[in-house]
Design a protein around this ligand. Structure first.
Ligand code: TEU
Length: 559
């Protein structure tokens, strides 16, 4: 049986507000994306994943949706969307929408009705509960559970008019939908069909493994300064999660040409095998978070240096764990993560290329986040007022309220704030990097004078050219897409090495993930001496010493 198309595809994630602004209002839009199609076709990607472009009060970067079946006026109109989709399809690209159905905006008509009165027919479309007995309603400590929100504070908001609390795992303007209610599920499936009927090619599903909650709503353990506890055990991969995801699949995702990827914070390898086993008809792949937590200390804001051995242990486990059943997604960057070249590289184009090689030669579907293919870096934030991300702003306020040193908190934000990923795309060296003729909603990185698409397009040694080669390699060499994975040198602190094998083709991937030369201690180095260099940052074949941040992809034929 032929392998699904997405096993040899590369997905490009666009954060529309920051990609390209055709309207001159400093906010990216659909027409801007359309104006950059030549760039995307030239890059060679197969699928565009659009982060939310729906009407939204924009409390959480568009992940707070007030109308699922329209386009936000900042981004354009449904007609603009249809034209973009038709043009993309005409150029051989597919389009995946962002499906955000763990929660809606509190300005969505469903919630407006639900909060209007206790006996409104949509009351049970959300999680409403009375205050904890004995306490003063609306006062911290009387929430139905002690769960913390992902954006600081309690996960419950008190609604004075109806005298009850509603659940919001993220911001107070993102009330969680009650998936226990079949009406809610059917309404979501109808909305998904509405987009599929419009021609979209699949969905990236936001925190989809949080839609099933333990209906007993137990308190969670209090870790850290409190007063709120960790409720994850009661809403991550909840009791009915596989039932709901399978029901959704059967209701909407049976067309084999679609792509479905579930974003699943806290998902385990064991659960991922269940979610991505084709025989179970749930999702094609998941975004797991294990590797993007390897430099977290007490929290994501407490950044520790990466130990390369930890990364190898994590990726190695997921490669082996989903080898026989299921499928991996591969990502470094997205709109929630800081820029990888600043995080685990040294900010240089060379480290950007080698981190690209390391990720893209693994077994799974790679996701390229806008600007990653240029080596875009974190932004040199100087003041809290520059930030727009609710998670960052709420974290800062919460930490300062607990007496933290503002400069220390700012240091954490500089390193890991989500706004690092959301600064405008750097198209050229002109004012505002060619992103807009207006005033950008978030500052443009001053290093756009060096790091930009125009400067890299025709440069054979640029990060952009390297990414084009990586993507072409996945399309041309089947061993990259489908070959078996074997980790090498698990204890080496500098060199990340592995092989891929498909029939008689074997690839060796060598990456020096450090700023100092590194010897390659392979068992039989000579057996690779005549191997062909498929892609290398330094043009050097063989298994000799790797220069700082050097990477090589070698190919040989084996009996
Ligand atoms: O992200 C879920 C998620 O896990 C992140 O919020 C994560 O906790 C955080 O960014 C890491 O610090 C999804 C979307 O990708 C994110 O943009 C939304 O804020 C969130 O869900 C709520 O919709």
């Amino acid at each position: 049986m032929a392998e699904p198309w997405w096993k040899s595809a590369v997905v490009y994630q666009i954060y529309p507000r920051s990609f390209a602004d055709a309207g001159g209002d400093g906010i990216g839009d659909l027409a801007g994306i359309e104006s950059k199609l030549d760039y995307l076709v030239d890059l060679g990607v197969d699928v565009i994943w659009l982060s939310p472009v729906y009407p939204s009060p924009w409390d959480d970067g568009g992940y707070d949706i007030s109308d699922y079946e329209d386009i936000g006026p900042d981004f354009g109109t449904l007609a603009d969307f249809d034209r973009l989709l038709a043009t993309l399809h005409g150029r051989g690209l597919k389009l995946v929408m962002d499906l955000v159905v763990n929660h809606t905006s509190d300005e969505h008509p469903w919630f407006v009705e639900s909060r209007s009165s206790r006996d409104n027919p949509r009351r049970d479309w959300y999680w409403w509960r009375p205050p904890r007995p004995g306490g003063q309603p609306g006062v911290p400590g009387t929430e139905p559970t002690n769960w913390a929100s992902f954006f600081s504070g309690s996960a419950w908001e008190f609604d004075l008019p109806t005298g009850e609390y509603y659940l919001h795992l993220f911001s107070g303007k993102q009330p969680d939908l009650n998936w226990e209610n079949p009406e809610v599920r059917q309404a979501v499936y109808a909305m998904m069909r509405w987009w599929l009927d419009r021609g979209v090619d699949g969905f990236r599903m936001d925190v989809i493994n949080m839609i099933s909650k333990d209906t007993a709503l137990p308190d969670g353990p209090v870790r850290g300064p409190g007063p709120y506890g960790d409720g994850a055990a009661f809403f991550i991969d909840g009791p009915r999660i596989h039932e709901f995801v399978n029901e959704m699949h059967k209701a909407v995702l049976t067309d084999g040409d679609l792509l479905s990827v579930g974003e699943m914070p806290g998902v385990t390898l064991e659960e991922a095998r269940l979610f991505t086993d084709p025989a179970r008809a749930e999702v094609d792949m998941v975004f797991q978070f294990e590797h993007v937590g390897l430099d977290h200390g007490l929290s994501k804001w407490d950044v520790h240096p990466l130990d390369l051995r930890d990364l190898k242990a994590s990726f190695g486990r997921w490669q082996a764990g989903l080898a026989g059943v299921g499928w991996n997604s591969l990502y470094w960057d997205n709109h929630d993560q800081p820029r990888i070249v600043s995080r685990w590289g040294d900010g240089s184009p060379l480290s950007a290329k080698t981190l690209g090689t390391l990720l893209h030669l693994h077994r799974g579907t790679p996701y390229v986040y806008q600007g990653e293919e240029l080596g875009m870096t974190n932004y040199p934030w100087s003041d809290i007022t520059q930030f727009r991300d609710i998670e960052s702003i709420d974290h800062y306020a919460d930490a300062i309220a607990r007496g933290a040193d503002p400069e220390l908190v700012l240091t954490g934000l500089r390193q890991v704030s989500r706004d690092n990923a959301r600064t405008p795309m750097q198209w050229d060296a002109s004012v505002n990097a060619g992103f807009t003729t207006g005033t950008p909603w978030l500052p443009v990185n001053p290093n756009h004078s060096e790091i930009n698409a125009a400067a890299q397009r025709d440069d054979p040694d640029s990060v952009l050219t390297h990414y084009k080669r990586l993507i072409a390699l996945r399309h041309e060499e089947r061993a990259v897409a489908l070959g078996d994975f074997t980790m090498l040198l698990p204890e080496d602190r500098q060199v990340y090495a592995f092989t891929r094998r498909l029939d008689s083709t074997e690839l060796l991937v060598l990456c020096n993930v450090s700023g100092t030369p590194a010897a390659v201690e392979l068992p039989e180095p000579a057996s690779w001496d005549s191997a062909e260099l498929l892609l290398g940052t330094h043009g050097t074949a063989g298994t000799g010493t790797l220069q700082p941040w050097e990477s090589r992809v070698l190919r040989r034929v084996v009996a």
